[in-house]
Design a protein around this ligand. Structure first.
Ligand code: GTP
Ligand code: MG
Length: 305
């Protein structure tokens, strides 16, 4: 890449919660850098994943879903998402094919009137595997009448349909310049945060209703061992005693299962042995604590009303 003209820049993926932004990020990068669940509001902060396309290095910025925030955490998440969009060279709006133009999508389009000014904004209709092609044509027309998208892509982030074309198109839109990360770097997130996210994903998959939204996971300690393995200690913060009991489960079964699957994923990611220790702490006010936000990669002040 030394004498050829290189390109590099940021592509923000925005959309409603559950639109498939993290799935697309992972597909583009070719590795799981951002957690994915079937539940809304999985991603809480900006996650950068790095992909290479020809001479271009594309830094994908996965963002939290855009929704109407109620709590401090929600507001900080939404601010992080819009912040990601306004720092990017190109914005891609993901819309779910089978849901179409929801109220949430309309609000995002309104927001884009301001944030998208002077920027390339593309539309990616995702989850095309779930609808008939007539639906896609109508939706493309409808959305393009509502906003002046530079281009429309029809993709399935999960199955990989249309993803290559999108990546090529994005690479061509980035400014010329040196690469922003070393060639072999795939994510810009400290390992302790990636590890905490993995545990939060397993918790979110296992716990029901509101509980996933009432907890946060932090890596408290990371100790390298002489035998090449690492000991990782994490704390799961919850707001209520009752939540602690649910996370532990009968005879500690739930937390054990969570710990096992998080450890397996972490070991695969790191390619070595990990000893993972989880502890649940009740902290009634964690959602209002500044330190929790910096650990999540969010700005506490963004949560101010
Ligand atoms: N059928 C289908 N499902 C998909 C596709 N892309 C993503 N999904 C599923 O949609 C759900 C949400 O995916 P995520 O990637 O977590 O969505 P997100 O936009 O990052 O969601 P938040 O982080 O909550 O904002 C998961 O269950 C994915 O497996 C797709 O192309 N087709
Ligand atoms: Mg996500």
């Amino acid at each position: 890449m030394s004498d050829a003209k290189t390109r590099a820049g940021f592509v923000a993926l925005i959309g409603e919660p559950n639109a498939g932004k993290s799935t697309l990020t992972n597909h583009m990068v070719g590795a799981k850098v951002s957690i994915v669940t079937h539940k809304v509001q999985t991603t809480r902060a900006r996650i950068r994943g790095v992909a290479i396309e020809g001479d271009a290095q594309i830094v994908f910025v996965d963002t939290p879903g855009l929704f109407q925030p109620r709590r401090r955490l929600d507001r900080a998440m939404v601010a992080a998402a819009w912040g990601g969009a306004s720092d990017a060279d190109v914005i891609v709006l993901l819309v779910e094919a089978h849901r179409g133009v929801t109220e949430g999508v309309q609000r995002i389009l309104e927001g884009l009137e301001e944030i998208g000014k002077g920027r390339t904004v593309a539309l990616a209709i995702n989850k095309i595997d779930r609808v008939q092609s007539e639906v896609l044509l109508a939706l493309t027309k409808d959305l393009n009448e509502r906003y002046n998208f530079a281009e429309t892509f029809m993709i399935s982030a999960e199955k990989g349909h249309g993803v290559k074309d999108l990546r090529k198109w994005l690479a061509d839109r980035l400014p010329e310049g040196p690469w922003l990360y070393p060639e072999d770097q795939i994510a810009d997130l400290p390992m302790r945060m990636i590890a905490a996210e993995m545990t939060r994903e397993k918790l979110t998959l296992r716990l029901h209703q509101e509980l996933p939204y009432q907890l946060t996971v932090e890596t408290e300690n990371w100790e390298e061992r002489k035998d090449g393995s690492a000991r990782v200690d994490q704390i799961i913060y919850v707001a209520r005693d009752g939540h602690k009991g649910i996370i532990l489960g009968k005879r500690g079964e739930t937390i054990k299962a969570v710990s096992q699957s998080a450890r397996a994923e972490l070991e695969e990611f790191m390619g070595r042995k990990i000893h993972l220790f989880l502890q649940v702490k009740v902290r009634p006010n964690w959602l209002e604590e500044k330190e929790r936000y910096s650990e999540m990669g969010l700005d506490f002040r963004d949560g101010n009303k």
